[in-house]
Design a binder for this molecule. Structure first.
Ligand SMILES: [Fe+2]
Length: 389
């Protein structure tokens, strides 16, 4: 995330005296990736960001994971998951996991506690509703169709605004960012990128909370811990740099189309460690006179493919029971493709209104316990007209 931003007050030179109105020094903090060798920001706190007064282990969420055995394509109806109302951090219901990424779902109707994910970046996709993301970097409003990227270790909380907010949660074990092929060597979006800096939103004003003894839930490599900070961590009067939470709306993703069917990499929106995230958005179909708009059957020999259906009419899955909030998983070792009849039916169609979020993981995903409550177990046989032996 190399786009430079500056919010609030910062001193003219880094690492120089920057004083509070009472004459004391602000506490400078560098938050940086890969030690001191990658993107970073400098934050100026009213109080020491290091002062904790309590640390207690916290029971981590149970996953109840089992391998995808026997190997089958899966269809999960996320709207049937017992996913709330809860808060958007502790109330997440895990669905699919591996050692690189954890995919979950939540319906949040109350503010989350303060939270720091020290394992990796998070990508939250807001399916419905609005929320305020409050963090040490400030406040950011997000809503339906937004992807929200929260960098590793940023202390934040998620506050639903109005009606409950529904989110697909993607927790990485490393950093999530735009695909490298869309960036210049210095990190600017190139002309062929489907989105650019103008589409990115970040916190715009400092957020100052004058409280003591603030509890922060920390997800870290050894488990979960509850820290109590002597002063509320939202005490940053200014920051600048290239590392901060940001949002990008799926509605701002500009689709790349062609005369013949374009492969899924044209839809790629983010890359993470051993996974990618793609956006399917309303677009013109292929315009070759003999073209077939429906996708061809494909075997993703190196990945599990997850699609979350979030709007419009998903032509290639007609007849398979896919609905809003459906999440399908087509694993490696299985050839998947359009539903019977949809290839012929797609011919002559000019455009699509679909919205979907796709996640391809390069290592197999396991199924978590909440899957049992929301799986459409007939999906695996939907290509054979429901016949099973
Ligand atoms: Fe696919």
């Amino acid at each position: 995330m190399p786009y430079y931003r500056s919010v609030g007050e910062v001193p003219h030179k880094r690492h120089t005296q920057f004083r509070r109105p009472d004459g004391g020094l602000y506490a400078e903090e560098l938050m940086g990736q890969e030690g001191f060798s990658s993107d970073s920001s400098l934050l100026y706190h009213r109080h020491a960001p290091t002062a904790i007064v309590s640390a207690e282990a916290h029971e981590p969420p149970t996953l109840g994971q089992t391998p995808n055995l026997p190997l089958k394509p899966r269809h999960l109806r996320t709207h049937k998951v017992d996913a709330g109302p809860a808060d958007a951090v502790l109330g997440r219901r895990p669905l699919l996991v591996n050692n690189d990424v954890r995919i979950g779902y939540v319906i949040a109707d109350r503010p989350s506690p303060l939270y720091r994910n020290a394992v990796g970046d998070e990508c939250l996709y807001v399916e419905e509703g609005t929320a305020i993301i409050e963090s040490t970097f400030g406040r950011m409003e997000v809503g339906s169709g937004d992807y929200v990227i929260i960098p590793t270790s940023v202390i934040h909380r998620i506050v639903p605004h109005g009606r409950p907010v529904r989110m697909l949660t993607i927790e990485a074990t490393g950093h999530i960012g735009p695909p490298r092929r869309y960036l210049s060597v210095r990190g600017q979006f190139l002309e062929h990128a489907p989105y650019c800096e103008r589409d990115q939103r970040g916190p715009s004003d400092p957020l100052l909370v004058d409280e003591t003894d603030a509890e922060v839930y920390v997800k870290h490599r050894a488990g979960w811990t509850r820290h109590v900070y002597a002063h509320h961590p939202f005490d940053v009067v200014g920051w600048d740099g290239c590392l901060y939470p940001w949002a990008f709306s799926i509605h701002d993703f500009e689709p790349i189309t062609g005369r013949l069917h374009q492969p899924p990499p044209v839809h790629q929106t983010f890359e993470g460690p051993n996974f990618v995230v793609c956006s399917f958005v309303p677009r013109l179909f292929d315009y070759h006179p003999e073209g077939i708009p429906a996708p061809y059957n494909h075997a993703n020999v190196d990945s599990d493919e997850i699609i979350f259906y979030t709007g419009g009419d998903f032509m290639s899955r007609k007849g398979a029971g896919v609905e809003m909030g459906s999440l399908t998983m087509h694993p490696a070792g299985f050839i998947h493709g359009p539903q019977p009849g949809s290839v012929e039916a797609s011919i002559g169609k000019k455009d699509t209104e679909e919205y979907a979020v796709m996640i391809d993981t390069f290592r197999p995903l396991e199924l978590c316990e909440p899957v049992l409550a929301c799986e459409d177990t007939s999906y695996a046989w939907s290509w054979s007209g429901g016949r099973r032996k």
